[in-house]
Structure formats: C-alpha cells, structure tokens
Design a protein around this ligand. Structure first.
Ligand SMILES: NC(=O)c1ccc[n+]([C@@H]2O[C@H](COP(=O)([O-])OP(=O)(O)OC[C@H]3O[C@@H](n4cnc5c(N)ncnc54)[C@H](OP(=O)(O)O)[C@@H]3O)[C@@H](O)[C@H]2O)c1
Length: 302
C-alpha cells in the first residue's frame, strides 16, 4: 500500500522503515530536511513539504501523523488538508488527547476527510518487535488502512477499539496503567536497595529472576534489568522524571467521571515531586513540628 508519514522522530522513522521492510511504499516528511534525507537513505521516499507529500500519494490518500500531541497535530492537519480531497484519510498515531481527536474527526468529516485516532505502544523496540495499535474511527475506514496496521503491529497487536476518539482514550488508560506499574517497581527496588542486605542483593539478578515465572514479570522489568546491568546503581541518571501529559489526562478524566484512581494519581504526583530538590510542603511540615512540639529542624545545607 502507499502511505505518507509525517514526523520522522524516534517513532515515525522506525514505523516508516518497518512499513518499507514489509513492502509498502512510504513517502515521508519531516520539518527537518536532514531527517528526510536520512529516511531516503533507508528506502523511504522523501517529501520536503507537506504539499509535496500530499501530491505524491495516489487517491484515496492516506497520511499517518507521528508528531507531538497538541498544536503540532493541528498545524500539520491545517496545511495537509489543503492537499487532500474527500475520501482521503488522516491517521494520528501520536499520543493525542482523545477529546482533541473527537474534534478533529468532526472538523475533517465536515470536508469529507476521514480521521482515525491510533494509539501506538512499543517505543523504539517496535521496529523489530512490532507495535501494539489501539485504533478508533469508523470500521470501514480502519479497514482501508488494514494492511498498514497489519505490517506495523505484532501478531494480534491491533484492535479497532470503537468509534472516533476511542483509540486515543484506550491509549490514555494504557499510559495511566504504565505510570502505576512503573511506580510500583520503583518503590519495590527502592526498598531492596535500602535494606540491610546492601550489595548482597544484586538488583539486576532479582529483576532477571522475576522474569522467570513470577507474577510480576513484565517487559518493564526486562527493561529495568537492562538498565541495571548497564549501570547497577543508576548513578549516571538523575531522579528527575518528566511526563508527557497522558497521566494528567487520565487523572482529569477520572475526576470528570468520579472514578477512583489512587495509584495512577499518586504515581503522577510522585513525578512532580521528583523535580524538586527541596519542597516547600516539606519545609512547612518541619516548621510545624518545631512550632507545636519543639522538635528539632535541620537548617539549609546541614
Ligand atoms: N517515544 C515513544 O516511546 C512513543 C511511544 C508511543 C507514542 N509516542 C507518541 O508519538 C509521537 C511522536 O513521538 P516521538 O517519540 O517520535 O517524538 P520525537 O522523537 O520528538 O519526534 C517528533 C517528530 O515530530 C516533529 N515535530 C515536532 N514538533 C512539530 C511541529 N510543531 N510541527 C511538525 N512536526 C513537529 C519532529 O520534527 P523535528 O525533526 O523537526 O524535531 C519529529 O519528527 C508523540 O505524540 C508521542 O507522544 C511516542
């Protein structure tokens, strides 16, 4: 099948490559022409403007977006749609907020362009292992992109979850779960590191052990084993944890639906806390203990 790919970052480049390796013809655009050039060296056809990308595709044209959520998706669609016609298809494979996807679906439907929201999981490993794809949109439109989903996904790793927005909604829940799982591993390993067994507990061996028949085995644990093998104390990594928005959306959605999500919410707040060396809240705690009970406090730098 012929398809366009917009965004040749960590995800888009590998996805375009996986498609080419499976016999598809991919025309790709990145706003940095060096990346487009790099793609051409990998058997991907390069387009140096969005207009050129659109005109290079046969009708019905299908274009996969793999750019950051938010403004980047809207501005790309705004330019791209000028080169598209009724019946053409845009697939947003990034981590967009599902309500944005609902809006884009509606706006594009008004001019006859189909829109599919496709949550993708698999990270940089997807190139070799295949991706997990959670799609939302009309069944018939998802069907038209079937050969692309099949090539990108692992065996059984594709599902049309439901109507418009549902793919990104399911991806949001998926990423919320990821926050909670990661936090639980982090806490368990912190406890073992703090234990009186000290160096005797080899954390990478424990991660590896838990991959053999334990109920907590998972791919995240495999990745942790890799990271600990490379750097047993993770001494080269600072404990500053970013978030890319999906956890916030999950928690906001839980508030809107009055659903209790204590683990995911706490995991999100732990990430915020990780970005402060010293928090004002903790100064308040220490100050109050001093005021009411005369308890000692440590001064700055002590
Ligand atoms: N990384 C992951 O593990 C992962 C997994 C699943 C889903 N996702 C989602 O997939 C999407 C892409 O992620 P990524 O990891 O590939 O990101 P990335 O490596 O940062 O690449 C982002 C791509 O989007 C382009 N871009 C950035 N801002 C843009 C804008 N305003 N207009 C047009 N293009 C723009 C970048 O162009 P330049 O080359 O000019 O910077 C780059 O090609 C995101 O929505 C992300 O949340 C990522």
């Amino acid at each position: 099948m012929r398809i366009g790919m917009v965004g040749l970052g960590r995800m888009g480049m590998n996805m375009a490559l996986r498609l080419v390796q499976d016999g598809h013809v991919v025309t790709a655009f990145d706003r940095s022409s060096e990346r487009t050039k790099k793609a051409e060296g990998l058997g991907i056809k390069g387009a140096y403007t969005l207009e050129a990308l659109a005109s290079a595709l046969p009708s019905p044209k299908a274009v996969w977006l793999m750019v950051p959520a938010g403004e980047a998706v809207d501005s790309t669609i705004a330019v791209l749609k000028k080169g598209l016609a009724p019946g053409d298809i845009i697939i947003d494979g990034g981590n967009s907020f599902y309500k944005d996807s609902l809006r884009r679906h509606k706006d594009l439907a008004a001019i006859g362009i189909h829109f599919i929201d496709a949550g993708v999981s698999g990270g940089i490993w997807g190139l070799t292992e295949g991706y997990c794809i959670m799609a939302g949109g009309e069944a018939a439109v998802c069907g038209l992109i079937g050969p692309i989903f099949k090539s990108l996904a692992q065996e059984g790793g594709y599902l049309r979850c439901g109507g418009p927005g549902s793919g990104h909604f399911v991806k949001m829940a998926h990423n919320g779960i990821e926050y909670g799982l990661m936090e639980a591993y982090a806490e368990g390993f912190e406890l073992m590191k703090a234990s009186g067994y000290g160096e005797e507990l080899d954390l990478k061996n424990i991660a590896r052990l838990w991959m053999r028949g334990s109920v907590v085995r998972s791919w995240l644990l495999e990745l942790l084993e890799t990271a600990l093998s490379r750097d047993p104390g993770l001494s080269a990594i600072s404990g500053f944890v970013e978030d890319s928005g999906e956890g916030r959306w999950t928690v906001k959605e839980a508030l809107d639906l009055s659903v209790s999500l204590p683990v995911i919410t706490e995991a999100l707040f732990r990430r915020f806390r990780s970005r402060q060396d010293d928090s004002f809240a903790e100064k308040v705690l220490a100050a109050l203990r001093k005021e009411f009970g005369g308890h000692s406090v440590k001064s700055e730098g002590e």
